[in-house]
Design a binder for this molecule. Structure first.
Ligand SMILES: [Zn+2]
Ligand SMILES: [Zn+2]
Ligand SMILES: [Zn+2]
Length: 113
């Protein structure tokens, strides 16, 4: 059993992740919704239900910035002039545990502003 460290929910029981937006390359993007093709209506990788948000790090999530696979598209990686990916729950910024290892600048209060 795995717990999503970003929303603190058991992945196979939670209906959706609470992270509803992400910040990529300094811009805020509303996350896409899951459309699982599995017979039970849950995402085969992270277990969320249809029309919900994937848990961050799910390999079924499309990048809201470029449309490719989020965990491999490269948008989550920063260079010297941009910020790393962050998750947003309402107006609270979370640093995605699922993507831990990225450099998070200490002064990034509202990097999309
Ligand atoms: Zn989650
Ligand atoms: Zn998923
Ligand atoms: Zn991307």
């Amino acid at each position: 059993m795995a717990v999503c460290e970003d929303c603190d929910q058991e992945m196979l029981q939670a209906r959706t992740c609470t992270v509803d937006a992400v910040i990529l390359q300094g811009h805020r993007y509303t996350r896409g919704r899951a459309f699982p093709g599995a017979p039970d209506g849950r995402c085969g990788d992270c277990g969320v239900t249809e029309d919900a948000y994937h848990h961050l790090g799910c390999d079924m999530e499309d990048c809201p910035r470029c449309g490719r696979q989020l965990i491999s598209c490269g948008c989550t990686w920063a260079d010297e002039e941009t910020e790393d990916m962050m998750g947003v729950v309402g107006d609270t910024v979370v640093y995605p545990a699922a993507l831990r290892g990225l450099r998070i600048p200490p002064d990034a209060d509202e990097p999309w502003a």
